[in-house]
Design a protein around this ligand. Structure first.
Ligand SMILES: Nc1nc2c(ncn2[C@@H]2O[C@H](COP(=O)(O)OP(=O)(O)OP(=O)(O)O)[C@@H](O)[C@H]2O)c(=O)[nH]1
Ligand SMILES: [Mg+2]
Ligand SMILES: [Zn+2]
Length: 325
């Protein structure tokens, strides 16, 4: 495996040499534990210390998926985080209004939803908005297709809130469409799996790796929510080239995005709003609203515009809170 296989390209190379660290070397963060970073480097796996103040703090503390520059030594030290190609950010859980970077330099974001009790279109819209903000290509994986009487119908429903996004109903345990995820992967490509606990993220990761590397655990019988079997974010090199990041299930998925992300996630609403009488129409009570007209004519789902408005309000509140705090 080479660094290029893991996605190290000309831009990272330039950023590294611009730092001018004597004998400095690049590594990709596969996992962070307190002040230690596990790295994949040209000469194999190594551990590096993350000082309290990374010399170059832009773009932030290293997280799983980052490319870092290290100074050599008996214990290498992380000197800088190289500029990120993409980052997946949510609003951190808890009361303080602050972003949490979940993982970085991801090309393909697998949004994983189980076709058991996990299927939820509103949550899917949230993930797709985060993905748009993070500049990644989303792919929806509906898992446990073998447990669902009509996976194709569910896939169509998911597709209705994911215009332009590929949706696959799969079951890697029952052998249904198991080859779909691998089609998005390859040398230099990084994917990440996100979704609720028990959705089957680690099961997909293990299948791609070809062995049971990540622990998986049966979901609790009633609410199908699982019990957070995966507890940290971890990047793994794939045998077919490229890498995949497994993540713990998320209970809270607060948006951290700009308005443009919403436009990417709701393209048909944006298209319709070109026909509204007012350019700043909020599609709530304004006369001559083409979006509400489409709902009345049955060409746009009322739930769809309701979530567009709700997510927009959430983003507005968030940006007010950050300006205050
Ligand atoms: N039948 C079936 N079961 C699945 C499938 N994918 C996952 N499961 C089961 O669902 C349970 C949860 O799977 P995991 O892969 O651990 O789920 P996870 O998303 O990684 O969960 P966390 O690590 O807690 O976030 C396990 O019992 C899996 O065997 C599938 O496609 N079909
Ligand atoms: Mg897991
Ligand atoms: Zn309107």
């Amino acid at each position: 495996m080479t660094l290029a296989d893991l996605g190290f390209g000309a831009e990272f190379e330039r950023a590294l040499s611009a730092l001018g660290i004597a004998d400095g070397f690049a590594g990709r963060v596969t996992r962070i534990d307190a002040d230690r970073a596990q790295l994949s480097t040209e000469s194999g796996e190594t551990t590096a210390r993350v000082p309290r103040r990374v010399v170059r703090t832009e773009p932030g503390r290293p997280v799983t998926g980052d490319w870092v520059a290290c100074a050599p030594g008996p214990e290498p030290v992380v000197q800088a985080v190289l500029p990120r190609r993409s980052e997946l950010v949510r609003r951190a859980a808890g009361r303080r209004v602050q972003p949490q970077v979940l993982c970085t330099n991801v090309d393909v974001l697998f949004v994983v939803m189980g076709l058991d009790g996990d299927f939820n279109l509103r949550r899917l819209e949230r993930y797709l908005t985060l993905s748009a903000e993070g500049r990644m290509t989303p792919v929806v994986l509906l898992t446990k297709a073998g447990l669902c009487p009509d996976p194709a119908a569910r896939a169509a429903e998911a597709g209705s809130v994911a215009p332009g996004v590929r949706v696959h109903a799969i079951d890697v345990l029952a052998g249904i469409e198991s080859g779909a995820p691998a089609r998005y992967l390859g040398s230099g490509v990084t994917a990440a799996v996100v979704g609720s606990s028990g959705a089957g993220k680690s099961t997909v990761v293990n299948f791609l790796l070809g062995h049971d590397r990540m622990r998986v655990h049966a979901v609790r019988s009633h609410d199908d929510r699982g019990q957070h079997t995966t507890t940290h974010r971890e990047l793994m090199a794939l045998p077919q080239g490229g890498a995949i990041i497994d993540t713990p299930g998320m209970r809270e998925l607060g948006l951290w995005a700009e308005g443009e992300a919403l436009e990417t996630a709701f393209p048909e609403v944006i298209e319709l709003s070109a026909g509204c009488r007012f350019r700043d129409c909020r599609h709530i009570t304004e006369p001559g609203c083409a979006v509400r007209a489409a709902v009345e004519q049955g060409t746009l789902d009322a739930a769809r515009i309701a979530s567009y408005i709700a997510l927009g309000k959430e983003l507005e509140r968030r940006s007010k809170d950050t300006r205050r705090g």
